[in-house]
Ligand binder design. Structure first.
Ligand code: 4AD
Ligand code: MG
Length: 465
């Protein structure tokens, strides 16, 4: 038996002359009189491999009659290809049908819509598009760890189940073992969470930031990379109720330091994809975004623009005067909507832009207040095609000011006692941000819907698979 190898390594190492076994799924078969071509894909690369099989070899009839989606094991010798479109092919000596697929296999050769693939999410790893996106996704996860590891960050695992709503937006999914048909009540008639599993009201985390801050304020630089959950009822192409976030948190960093870290990180992701996933990016470019590689290359080589929220509002108001229509209002104090974010990054700057110093009323309680009394040391990074991919800030490190914000916003001081303690014992300036991993993948692959960059998307009304 020859060695089982991945198709991508046959090509990478140009294994001409070597006997190998490959296993994978049939993309297509072309039968001639005395031989056949099979294209097999094992998921390791975009192109798959062409196999030439003479009619006399063992297993020929079963394997070459197998329809698209069937699985095969093929042994043979790697040879230089005569044909166009590939430099190598496999001259088969043994074919074996592992698992047949019949004509009901949903992903036949003809092009299918992305929507159809979402309905068949259990099979879409077999498609060129999804396989390309998922290879890039895996590669960028690795690049995330290499980026922070090279900068002496501690990789921190923060809890998934928590009692504190980090963003204070009331979007937590509840975690409970109470019998929903017979809820225990307290004297006020409210649900008695003291009888619940944790003895308190808990939910799935919306962000690991508050926990990350405790470790940054003790170990210096940390980052998390984990799933986060938001029960927001946003049915949009860029919201999922379960998504992955990378959250660095750094002691002694101010807003500018952490903005520079964010820029370096985004550029690192882009460069990593360009250097390691070019075949997949080239495919995605041909299908979904014609200037993908050029625009990523440009970002990697250019400085990133920085403006304040107040400047952003000025730009948007001028655009309105010049006749540009926005659905949502543009006035100082209102939050930037996707249409505004995309206008700034696409029309004004034609690339990523950092917006800082937002009004405190539209940002979370933990952000450091500016001396103007109106704004906070917040930053969002906006990119073309997606809008916000990063949200971050310098954190309020003054005990009194933080407590005041908690009270003003009607949050419960008791829920944040340990978070306040950080400001009581050796408080330091510190800053951090969260990158939405799916949004970064959308940006780098050119995909336009978050449902197409995560294996099994969770969105309102949809938890199939
Ligand atoms: O701006 P957000 O809400 O910031 C935080 O959660 C902070 N605690 C992060 C921090 O400072 N450590 O979320 C951060 C990022 C957004 O910029 C966006 O990219 C992504 O998370 N995000 C979502 N991605 C997909 N679906 C959703 N529903 C998302 N909500 C936020
Ligand atoms: Mg945000």
């Amino acid at each position: 038996m020859s060695e089982l190898v991945l198709i991508k390594n046959i090509i990478k190492d140009q294994m001409i002359g070597k006997e190998v076994t490959i296993k994978g799924w049939v993309k297509s078969t072309r039968k001639k009189k005395s031989f056949s071509f099979i294209v097999l894909n094992d998921g390791s690369n975009q192109s798959g491999l062409q196999i030439v099989a003479d009619a006399q070899i063992p297993g020929y009839d079963n394997a070459t009659n197998a329809l698209t989606g069937s699985s095969l094991s093929i042994t043979g010798k790697v040879v230089a290809s005569q044909g166009q479109g590939q430099s190598l092919e496999l001259q088969a000596s043994v074919l074996e049908l592992l698992g047949p697929a019949d004509e009901t296999f949903p992903l036949q050769k003809k092009a299918t819509s992305l929507e159809f693939l979402r309905e068949n999410a259990h099979l879409r790893s077999r498609t060129n598009t999804m396989a390309a996106v998922m290879r890039v996704r895996s590669s960028l996860a690795f690049a995330t760890h290499s980026f922070f590891n090279a900068r002496d960050f501690l990789y921190l695992h923060t809890p998934i189940i928590t009692g504190s709503d980090c963003e204070g937006a009331g979007e937590m999914f509840k975690v409970t073992t109470l019998d929903l048909d017979h809820l225990p009540r307290n004297e006020e008639g409210k649900v008695d969470y003291k009888k619940d599993y944790y003895g308190k009201d808990t939910g799935l985390t919306v962000s690991g930031q508050l926990n990350a801050e405790t470790y940054a304020c003790g170990m210096g630089r940390v980052y998390t990379f984990g799933p986060t959950f938001r029960a927001e009822n946003s049915n949009t192409p860029r919201h999922a109720s379960e998504f992955w976030m990378i959250e660095p948190e750094v002691a002694f960093f101010d807003l500018e330091d952490v903005a520079n870290l964010a820029i370096d990180y985004i550029k690192h992701l882009i460069n990593h994809a360009l250097n390691n996933n070019l075949e997949d990016l080239t495919f995605l470019q041909s299908r979904y975004k014609e200037d993908l590689i050029a625009s990523l290359t440009k970002v990697s080589n250019s400085p990133v623009n920085k403006i304040t929220y107040t400047q952003a509002i000025d730009i948007l108001q001028k655009a309105k005067v010049d006749g540009h229509h926005f659905d949502f209002p543009v006035e100082w104090g209102s939050d930037l909507q996707t249409e505004h974010e995309r206008f700034l990054s696409e029309k004004t700057f034609d690339g990523p832009v950092i917006v800082t110093d937002y009004p405190k009323a539209i940002k979370s309680f933990y952000m450091k207040q500016n001396s103007d009394g109106k704004t906070v040391r917040a930053m969002d990074i906006l990119v073309p095609g997606v809008g916000e991919i990063i949200g971050g800030s310098q954190r309020e490190d003054d005990y009194g000011l933080l407590l005041q914000r908690i009270n003003e916003l009607g949050l419960k001081k008791e829920d944040y006692w340990w978070y306040l303690d950080l400001r009581k014992y050796g408080t330091v300036p510190h800053s951090g941000f969260g990158l939405g991993f799916e949004r970064a993948i959308m940006y780098i692959t050119g995909m336009q819907n978050i449902r197409d960059v995560i294996a099994f998307p969770r969105t309102p009304g949809n938890a199939e698979f």
